[in-house]
Design a protein around this ligand. Structure first.
Ligand code: DAH
Length: 366
């Protein structure tokens, strides 16, 4: 009777056409109220010997049927689950991997560094948090001097720790000159008052204090001003400072180096001019303009228009005195150029605030 039941079940399994019929078979024979389950349950009422024999047989049959059911299920399940797992829509558009890149200001900074490094300049960095001494006094801008108004900046509370002073070599390998508090941070003059540097010119002082001429450096970095923001002003921006000192460095050397820089940056047709101007740390002082012409890469500038790009001049004797150089022995030029300005010209950007907005729609264009 048991083996008959077994045959019936196996036949049904064989004929089953889908998962559902297999489940029906399971429920009908092996479920809680299933026929085979009933047989197994009734074993307990049989005498011991018969119970053991019948029990073994029934369990064997149960196992065999479960095995066959499993195989049967596999037949129907495997293809469908595999299909679901490996399903791809070959008509769907591909996912483009996100490729990141450097910020436009960084790209411009690297280009500027590359050009000046090829002309023998080292790249140096100074702290963004400065003392009043380095930002003003050492640059020949004494306390009550009206020129201080040109660099209105943010003053800090005393307990802010200044960033280290860095110098970078040819391959941009960073070497730290001093760590912790910058030189003169705690003791120098009225170095007690801290501020966010209003320009990169303090790096001139820091470098000359620790190095002897002749020297050539550029110092790129972030600066801050306390001003109302508009399309061409922001409370933060980037500058690159330049300084070259030697026995007989002249305005002619300055012109030559700058001309070369502009040629390499904007293209060979670029024209520049120097205009007299005033900065307390230079004498004479200039402003440097460039002229647009067809072949230059300057885009948002009208034909024949001069555009102011930087302040510059011959280092003032008082600046040399402040760093312990004898102004009779040394002379040189310095300049400070807006990196944002360069980037805006090169990429035809009309609003400086876009650089700091973090807006990917803007950044992705470079
Ligand atoms: N530090 C000046 C500014 O931010 C720019 C400048 C002018 C830098 C003349 C110089 C210089 O080195 O010689 O307005």
């Amino acid at each position: 009777m048991l083996s008959q039941l077994k045959q019936t079940i196996l036949k049904k399994i064989e004929k089953a056409k889908d998962l559902k019929s297999l489940e029906d078979i399971y429920r009908r024979f092996l479920g809680r109220k299933g026929e085979l389950t009933g047989v197994l349950r009734s074993l307990k009422d049989l005498p011991e010997k018969e119970r053991r024999e019948k029990g073994r047989l029934a369990n064997q049959i149960k196992q065999e049927i479960e095995e066959k059911l499993k195989i049967g299920r596999g037949k129907f399940q495997v293809p469908s689950s595999k299909f679901q797992e490996e399903w791809i829509d070959i008509t769907a558009p591909g996912l483009q991997p996100t490729v990141s890149h450097l910020h436009p200001i960084t790209q411009i900074r690297q280009k500027v560094e590359e050009i000046f490094q090829s002309m023998g300049f080292s790249v140096v960095e100074g702290p963004e948090i400065e003392t009043e001494y380095y930002n003003f006094d050492a640059l020949n801008i004494p306390k009550e001097h009206p020129a201080r108004d040109l660099w209105d900046t943010f003053w800090l509370k005393r307990d802010v720790i200044a960033t280290p002073y860095l110098i970078r070599g040819k391959q941009s390998s960073r070497k730290q000159l001093t760590t912790g508090l910058p030189r003169g941070f705690a003791s120098r003059n009225d170095g007690k008052k801290l501020l966010l540097r209003a320009h990169t010119s303090p790096v001139q002082i820091r470098y000359m204090e620790t190095h002897q001429p002749p020297l050539r450096i550029i110092a790129p970095g972030r600066c801050f001003r306390h001003e109302a923001t508009d399309a061409s002003h922001d409370v933060q921006f980037y500058q690159v400072e330049g300084l070259m000192v030697g026995k007989d460095i002249s305005v002619a050397n300055f012109r030559g180096i700058l001309q070369e820089f502009f040629k390499r940056f904007f293209g060979p047709e670029i024209k520049m001019r120097l205009r007299p101007s005033y900065f307390p740390f230079v004498e004479p002082g200039f402003e440097v303009d460039i002229l647009k012409n067809q072949k230059s890469k300057i885009k948002n500038q009208k034909e024949g228009e001069w555009l102011e790009l930087m302040g510059a001049g011959m280092v003032h004797p008082n600046v040399f005195k402040a760093v312990g150089y004898n102004p009779r022995d040394w002379q040189g030029f310095a300049f400070g150029m807006g990196l944002d300005r360069l980037a805006m010209l090169k990429y035809k950007i009309e609003d400086i605030r876009l650089f700091y907005s973090g807006d990917l729609r803007f950044l992705k264009q470079f």
